[in-house]
Each structure stands twice: as structure tokens, then as C-alpha cells.
Design a binder for this molecule. Structure first.
Ligand code: FAD
Length: 440
């Protein structure tokens, strides 16, 4: 039996899923398969607990040890996906919960997941991965190994520990490094400017006039939450007008042209308002700064390269980055990606040559551009997510995500577009035959 040593970076949903499928109990089908490899995985987590972005904290900026706060979760958040399609396919949410739940329910779910698959013991907490680099020791898998250096987050003078692994699975999350747009005049603006990464609760915005820049999930959600306490909320964005109804004190505006002293915000149609606060819901950057350049991973603005199927490092296929895609159902998505990669490591799925993988990747990218998607949508999955997941599942000969997930996902997406104020009030339950979900 060949033993494969795996380093997993991060114990959010992605890292936990990787641990579950490498170190957790096998399913009945898997037990019947003749496996020639055994995994020995260690997960490094910089925080003191699991959960990643779901580990809510009131803190913003830096923690007591000077490390930057990872979670972008806000206090009153309700999930924008129902639990029925958010769940890992082998671990449903609790029956008693409504369909749209709070972050504390998701955090508890992840804790139960880790407990029930017995994977907590493989996590080294409060160890931050500082550097990963390839070392050219012979490795039965791909001819190289990975040197992983971690530091304790508790001591700034920590010398660090280095260990060598056959495989690296990066699950460090994509919602921690804010993308801040350059806005002319922002140095003159005397109001409060913050990124949604640091938004926690609405109370301090009482009676404010607020401009929320960006109308993706967080922008719409935060604008809606603030509208309950604010005098007026403007959602500034470059999309076609949002179709949904919003409260009377919410108004849509085009993108921001410039800011001015003391509180003026001018939009691209020439109109302007005076605002107390500007909240930037402008997304996040990918950050793989702990990967040495020799790992071969480059971030070209919003594109991470070279990754086969948005997952496998084509230069060194014993490295995968899980969950870089946007507009996905994250936990089921991680589940398929991890099981696909496990099939590669076990040898039951043979990857194409590096050139063929790069060609496939480039084809996917060009295809996006030809459909009018901008470069920043290089890993954006709306409209093609389930097709992608089914393709991976079929290639790896693993179970697809159940069809119900797609049905509910599409149903909710349609309602979110037209009724952002009410879609989270819906509840789904199983039909009488128990084979499909219905709105209760
Ligand atoms: P994370 O949860 O970010 O976990 C990454 C982990 O890696 C963290 O614990 C971090 O501490 C650790 N880490 C990072 N760098 C290092 C390092 N160098 N060394 C050691 N450890 C490291 N998804 C849904 O399904 N439904 C929703 O309703 C939903 N709402 C969301 C709302 C907000 C505001 C945000 C920000 C995200 C939301 N998501 C939602 C998406 C959410 O990000 C995913 O569900 C999922 O939690 C991402 O998991 P992850 O493991 O990729 O990343």
C-alpha cells in the first residue's frame, strides 16, 4: 500500500471536505474498491477553530496577535442559498432548521460535519502556512515533493516548522482580501468608507445616507439590511437595473464617477448625493502569496493559472486549489472537486498531458470571452456550474450531485432576481413521495 502525505491549507468548508474524503470513513461503494493508496493528511489552520468564513467574529482589522481577520461574515446574515442545496451531499443540514439559515447554523453544521467524520484530529490550529515550494526529491506520484513551512500565529518570533509532503491541497478561501477600487477624490471625502469585509452590523448606520457600491450578493444584502435603519440607501452599480423591488428608501444609481469634500458622491450619469457612508461591496482578490513562484501558480487579476478544470495545477498536478470558482454552491462544489482530485491521486483517473490540460483550460477561458464574459469572470460558474460538476463526476466515476440541488438552486436564483426582499422567507420540504422538494 502506497502512503501519500497530503498538506491541506485551511479548515473552512473546503479543507474540511478534503479531510473528510481523504481521512474520513469510506462509503460502502468505496470499501468495495481495490485501493492501492492510503492518505496521511495534515490540515493547517491559522485560526483557533474550524469554519473559515463562517466563524463569525465582531472583530475587524487585526486580532489580538496582530493577524488580519479572515472572516467577512456579518452578524445578521441569512444564507442566500437554502440548506437543501448548500449541504455536502453526504451530510444534510438538520431537519429542524428553516431553509435559509444564520451563519451560526452553518458554523454548527461544519462542526458537526468535522465531528461526525472524525477529522478534527488531523488539524493543526493556529499554524499559518507561510511558504510552499516544490523540492525535487523523487516522488512516486509526480517526481517532486512539496516543502511546507508553517509558523505559529501566537508568536511573532516563531522560527517556523518545515515538513515535506507528496501532495498539497490549497483551501484558503477567496473572501478575505478586499478589492478596493480607485475612486477619484476618495482622499477628499470626509464620510466613512469601509469594505464589506469589515461590515458587521447596521446599528452604527442609523439615520445615515449610505452609498453601497456593488450589487452582487453582499451589496444587495447589505443595502437591504441597512435600509431598515438608514435614512436613504443608494445602490451604485454598473449592471442593468436590478429587477427586484426594494424598500422605498433604496434607490439604484450607476457606478461612481468621483468623490468630493466633504460628503459628495457623483455618479456616472452626472447626478450626485451627499452621503455619510460609502460601503464598498466590490469583491475580493485571490491570494496565494504563500506559494513560492516555483509552484508555477500565477494570478492574472481575477484569473488563477494554470489550473485544469479550475482545480489542478497543470505544471505540478500533485497540487490542487479547491473552490476558486465564483457563483457556486460551495459545499457540494468542494465535494465534487475533492473527490475528483482524490481519484487522480488514487490513480483511477489519469489526467491528460500538461499540454492537453493547458489547451482545455485555454479553451474554457476563450469560450467565456466569446460569450461576452469579462476577464474577471474567468472562474465564474453561473449557468454552467452543474454541467461542470457533472463533467468532473463522470470523469472521476463518482456520484453526481443529486438533481434536486439543481432544481432548487435554479428556483431560488429566479426568485432572488425578482424578489430580493422576500425570497429568504421561503421554506422547502420534501413532497409526499419524498423524491423532490416543494415550497411549503
Ligand atoms: P474559507 O471559509 O474562507 O476558509 C479558508 C480557511 O483557510 C480559513 O479558516 C482561513 O483561516 C484558512 N487560511 C487561509 N490562509 C491560510 C494560511 N496561509 N495558513 C493557514 N490557514 C489559512 N456560501 C454558501 O453556500 N451560502 C451562503 O449563503 C454564503 N454566504 C456568504 C456570505 C459571505 C459574506 C461570504 C464572505 C461568503 C459566503 N458564502 C456562502 C461562501 C463561503 O465562502 C463558502 O460557503 C465557504 O465557506 C468557503 O469555504 P473555503 O474553505 O473555500 O474558505
Amino acid at each position: 500500500m502506497q502512503v501519500i502525505r497530503v498538506a491541506i491549507i485551511g479548515a473552512g468548508g473546503g479543507g474540511l471536505c478534503a479531510l473528510r474524503h481523504l481521512m474520513g470513513p469510506r462509503t460502502k461503494k468505496e470499501l468495495n474498491e481495490d485501493r492501492q493508496v492510503q492518505f496521511e493528511a495534515t490540515c493547517f489552520e491559522q485560526a483557533a477553530k474550524i469554519g473559515g468564513t463562517w466563524a463569525y467574529t465582531d472583530q475587524v482589522g487585526r486580532d489580538e496577535y496582530g493577524n488580519s481577520i479572515h472572516s467577512s461574515m456579518y452578524k445578521n446574515l441569512k444564507t442566500n442559498l437554502p440548506k437543501q442545496c448548500m449541504a455536502f451531499p453526504d451530510f444534510p443540514f438538520h431537519d429542524d432548521l428553516p431553509s435559509f439559515i444564520g451563519h451560526e447554523d452553518v458554523q454548527k453544521y461544519l462542526e458537526d460535519y468535522a465531528d461526525s467524520f472524525g477529522i478534527l484530529k488531523y488539524i493543526k490550529f493556529q499554524r499559518k502556512v507561510h511558504t510552499i515550494q516544490p523540492v525535487h526529491q523523487v516522488n512516486a506520484l509526480y517526481g517532486l515533493k512539496w516543502e511546507v513551512t508553517t509558523h505559529s500565529v501566537l508568536e511573532s518570533q516563531d522560527q517556523g516548522e518545515t515538513d515535506v509532503y507528496d501532495v498539497v491541497i490549497v483551501c484558503n478561501g477567496n473572501y478575505a482580501i478586499p478589492s478596493i477600487p480607485t475612486l477619484p477624490g476618495s482622499d477628499l471625502f470626509e464620510g466613512h468608507i469601509m469594505h464589506s469585509h469589515n461590515y458587521r452590523k447596521p446599528e452604527s448606520f442609523k439615520d445615515h445616507v449610505i452609498v453601497v457600491l456593488g450589487a452582487n450578493s453582499s451589496g444587495q444584502d447589505i443595502a437591504l439590511e441597512l435600509s431598515a435603519v438608514a435614512k436613504k440607501v443608494y445602490i451604485s452599480h454598473k449592471k442593468p437595473p436590478l429587477q427586484s423591488r426594494f424598500p422605498d428608501n433604496v434607490e439604484q444609481k450607476p457606478g461612481i464617477d468621483k468623490l468630493d469634500a466633504p460628503s459628495k458622491i457623483t455618479f456616472q450619469d452626472g447626478t450626485s448625493v451627499h452621503a455619510d457612508s460609502l460601503i464598498l461591496c466590490t469583491g475580493y482578490h485571490y491570494d496565494y502569496s504563500f506559494l513560492a513562484p516555483e509552484c508555477g501558480i500565477e494570478v492574472d487579476d481575477y484569473r488563477v493559472m494554470p489550473l485544469y478544470k479550475h482545480l489542478v495545477n497543470t505544471k505540478f498536478p500533485s497540487m490542487a486549489i479547491v473552490g476558486i470558482c465564483k457563483r457556486i454552491v460551495p459545499f457540494p462544489f468542494f465535494d465534487i472537486q475533492v473527490r475528483f482530485f482524490r481519484a487522480v491521486l488514487e490513480g483511477s483517473l489519469i489526467l491528460p498531458s500538461e499540454a492537453a490540460m493547458n489547451q482545455d483550460t485555454e479553451h474554457d477561458y476563450r469560450n467565456r470571452l466569446s460569450k461576452g464574459k469579462p476577464h474577471r469572470y474567468s472562474h465564474e460558474m453561473s449557468g454552467c456550474m452543474f454541467q461542470y460538476l457533472n463533467e468532473l463526476a463522470d470523469m472521476a466515476d463518482i456520484e453526481r450531485i443529486p438533481k434536486n440541488y439543481e432544481v432548487i438552486y435554479d428556483f431560488v436564483a429566479k426568485h432572488r432576481k425578482t424578489d430580493v426582499m422576500n425570497y429568504k422567507k421561503m421554506n422547502f420540504g420534501l413532497n409526499e413521495r419524498g423524491d423532490d422538494y416543494v415550497v411549503l
